[in-house]
Design a protein around this ligand. Structure first.
Ligand SMILES: Cc1cc2nc3c(=O)[nH]c(=O)nc-3n(C[C@H](O)[C@H](O)[C@H](O)COP(=O)(O)OP(=O)(O)OC[C@H]3O[C@@H](n4cnc5c(N)ncnc54)[C@H](O)[C@@H]3O)c2cc1C
Length: 389
């Protein structure tokens, strides 16, 4: 019994099936509308923290390739990424990161401007070089969830049942109750309710002090982050990789090397909105461009143009040409665990009921490996059937 039709819930459905479970999958909306359809679709190994986080991302990258064989409609492509340096200080960080022990696992290589253009000829702007990460990949967030559901529904037993427009309002050992009062039974219940820190998961998170703003948490816990994104009309050229700018070095833990301290200050508008440029070409040729980060709630309900101006100018400078008209703008919210050494949140809410959330900006990347871990950890597999009301 899986609650939540985002990427975490859907990957749990995929992995549950691998373990021989029949799956009933509840989603309160007609289809996923949360972070999983609002993201870049970056399967991003390059920036992950050394150790357990990198290991999880590498396992996930491997699983994504397998899942893409099972569900080709995800648009998975092992395109790699290029992080572009426009000043010597950024290049120094890249060189240092490429010397670290785990750089080989990330398939890092520092490239000259000509080599960057040879890998991705669409990058025709002025820059000093780039960091190629061959391990990175791309999926299509707007179609990945339905593609996975179609593959699940179309494959032989055990069965898969998708139940949209049903909100789980109560979870207990043995099943969940929807808004109409109907109990849906399952030996194991997995709650993947996303950045919704109230509702079904709320009382559990509050009682266990799992929220970052809980008294005594010392900031260690779950918090929410809001990001702004946009998508252009189709771009005439073809980008062979995803692209990041040097500001991304400031946000990803893989680049916490001594020379990071020598980066010049960010442009004020980028610093104010904690922006970095990430750029992915969609299969239809359009460009997904982002992002910003805000942590202080209540979040704005509207989007702000200043960071968009900055990100569009950066993208245009790296591509060395004007961009197509912006077609769509949106914001998305994810929840993330805070505190060193934590990658995501999993806890037993009741016997046989597991809550999995908080993967932060790595949720699309790590989802298959997180789901795999749920079915290989003792609390994940505590299945207890009881008599429901
Ligand atoms: C703008 C943006 C860009 C990002 N870019 C990337 C990226 O490129 N790569 C990457 O790895 N990660 C990225 N992330 C992070 C990633 O998108 C998230 O970590 C991930 O999507 C979280 O998945 P989820 O299934 O937990 O949440 P969601 O996608 O939010 O899904 C949760 C679902 O649960 C449903 N639900 C909640 N409560 C109930 C209930 N009681 N009953 C029934 N249904 C319920 C909701 O309706 C929702 O559909 C990005 C996030 C954002 C916002």
């Amino acid at each position: 019994m899986i609650v939540g039709g985002g990427i975490l819930g859907t990957m749990h459905a995929v992995m549950a099936r691998r373990h021989g479970f029949s799956v009933v999958h509840l989603e309160r909306e007609p289809a996923g509308r949360g972070a999983s359809v609002r993201n870049f679709g970056l399967v991003w190994v390059s920036g992950r923290r050394s150790g357990a986080e990198l290991a999880l991302a590498l396992r996930a990258r491997q699983l994504w390739a397998e899942v893409a064989d099972f569900a080709p409609g995800t648009g998975f492509r092992p395109a790699g990424s290029l992080t572009i340096a426009t000043c010597e200080a950024e290049l120094a960080v890249m060189r240092e990161a490429a010397e670290l022990e785990d750089a080989k696992q990330r398939e890092f290589e520092v490239l000259s401007p000509d080599d960057v253009r040879a890998v991705n000829p669409a990058l025709r702007g002025e820059f000093l070089g780039g960091l190629y990460c061959r391990a990175d990949a791309i999926v299509e967030p707007r179609v990945t969830l339905p593609a996975l559901r179609a593959a699940l529904a179309g494959s032989p037993a055990p069965s898969y049942e998708w139940l949209p427009r049903l909100e789980a309002v109560e979870a207990a050992a043995g099943g969940v109750r929807d808004q109409h009062g109907t109990w849906h039974r399952g030996d194991l219940v997995v709650l993947c309710t996303g950045a919704n820190l109230t509702g079904l998961a709320g009382p559990h998170l509050t009682e266990t002090g799992a929220l970052a703003n809980a008294p005594g948490s010392g900031g260690r816990g779950l918090r929410r982050v809001r990001l702004q994104m946009l998508q252009t009309r189709p771009f005439a050229g073809r980008l062979t990789t995803s692209v990041a700018d040097g500001d991304s070095l400031r946000y990803y833990p893989a680049f916490e090397v001594p020379s990071l301290a020598s980066l010049p200050p960010q442009a004020p508008v980028a610093a104010a909105s904690r922006a970095q440029l990430l750029l992915v070409q969609r299969l239809d040729g359009s460009l997904t461009i982002g992002d910003t980060h805000s942590y202080d709630e209540p979040f704005a309900f509207d989007v702000d143009e200043d960071p968009y101006d900055h990100l569009l100018a950066r993208a245009s400078a790296l591509l060395g040409t004007g961009l197509p008209r912006v077609q769509r703008r949106w914001a998305g919210v994810y929840s993330e665990v805070t505190g060193t050494g934590r990658i995501y949140h999993r806890s037993a809410v009741a016997p046989g009921v597991v809550l999995v959330t908080g993967p932060g900006g790595r949720g699309m990347t790590c989802s298959p490996a997180i789901a795999e871990e749920t079915f290989s950890t003792p609390e994940g597999l505590t299945t207890e059937g009881t008599d429901l009301p």
